[in-house]
Ligand binder design. Structure first.
Ligand SMILES: *Cc1c(COP(=O)(O)O)cnc(C)c1O
Length: 329
């Protein structure tokens, strides 16, 4: 069996580090999309709430419903807006506004350079007219950076565009609008934070993904993945293991099988004799290792895996199956 440990102390440590950057715990919205980056949606919502986090961000309404009781507000990044006092829906296009249920709580997303979701700055006036027409409650205005993790001017010109929108909103007489733009990398590099909220995902899970050029704030990964042994055997030189018999024993050795594979989210490309001495191909539910320990910690730092196998921590984490048992320590 594979299982996951979540380190509560490490999470509290990361939360403190981010709160220091924002100036207040109340300005932190934890991003819990995609099963809380593989950490477990409800488990992370409850943990967040127990440590005083009041706001969350999720992918869709289904995720929001699962954690509704844990937060004061839940921002839903991509779903059809309905009225609910706690749910705030991101508006990704003019068409989104037309599709909303009357009186819904919405947050207007502005595309300042990401080129993914959000209305263009040139569509701003039309968006405001539509929002009034449908009697929607505008609760927030947001944008998303495309390169907050690298040292360049991009972050600054995108923020300048966002500031111009802030001014326009305020000039229209709107009050109680929450403005937010920063993800983890942006808040970790920030020297003077000027928004009302941050949307922090990867940082709270313990990863600083900022370019090396930045002064680094230390964070602690909170998730570790374990696999337990099913069988052990001794093999002779020349014996072959796993699908295709890819691994050929260079000498006699002891080999054990562990219950974890690509079905659990340990991707098939994550096979390498240089990593934990994974022998042969990763199967759907099993891997073979050159050890006989009753259980092994497969990883406690997703960045190490990501660097080794040419991906990013986000992908290593979100790949982890929902069905793996998760425990908080
Ligand atoms: C996923 C996401 C975030 C969080 O990004 P991190 O790099 O994990 O902090 C913030 N905002 C939006 C719009 C997102 O989609």
């Amino acid at each position: 069996m594979a299982y996951i440990k979540i380190d509560k102390e490490a999470f509290a440590f990361n939360l403190k580090a981010i709160a220091k950057q924002t100036g207040s715990l109340d300005k932190i919205a934890i991003v819990l999309k995609d099963n809380a980056y593989g950490h477990g949606l409800l488990l992370m919502a409850q943990l967040s709430s127990s440590l005083g986090i009041k706001h969350a961000v999720v992918k869709n309404l289904a995720e929001a419903k699962e954690i509704r009781e844990c937060f004061k507000t839940i921002l839903i990044l991509n779903d059809k807006a309905i009225y609910d006092s706690k749910y705030f829906f991101a508006i990704n296009s003019l068409q989104d506004i037309k599709n909303t249920q009357k009186h819904s709580n919405i947050e207007l997303k502005i595309d300042t350079g990401m080129g993914r979701n959000g209305i263009a700055i040139s569509e701003f006036d039309e968006a405001i007219d539509l929002i009034k027409e449908k009697r929607l409650h505008l609760r927030g205005v947001m944008t998303h950076f495309r390169s907050s993790d690298v040292l360049s001017s991009e972050f600054f010109w995108q923020y300048k565009k966002f500031e111009s929108i802030k001014t326009r909103i305020k000039n229209l007489g709107y009050v109680n609008i929450r403005f937010h733009s920063h993800n983890s990398s942006a808040i970790l590099r920030s020297k003077k934070f000027n928004d009302d909220l941050v949307r922090v995902g990867i940082g709270l899970y313990g990863y600083n993904e900022l370019d090396k050029a930045f002064e680094s704030i230390k964070l602690k990964p909170i998730l570790s993945l374990y696999a337990q042994k099913t069988t052990s055997r001794k093999i002779k030189k020349g014996e072959r293991l796993g699908y295709g018999g890819d691994f050929i024993a260079p000498h006699s050795m002891s080999v054990s099988c562990y219950a974890m594979g690509y079905g659990d989210g340990w991707q098939r490309t994550f096979s390498s004799t240089q990593f934990h001495q994974i022998l042969g191909r990763v199967s759907m539910d099993f891997i073979l290792l050159n050890t006989s320990k009753p259980e092994v910690c497969i990883f406690d730092n997703a960045q190490t895996i990501a660097n080794k196998f040419d991906t990013i921590s986000y992908e290593v984490l979100t790949s982890l199956s929902k069905d793996i048992n998760r425990i908080v320590l």
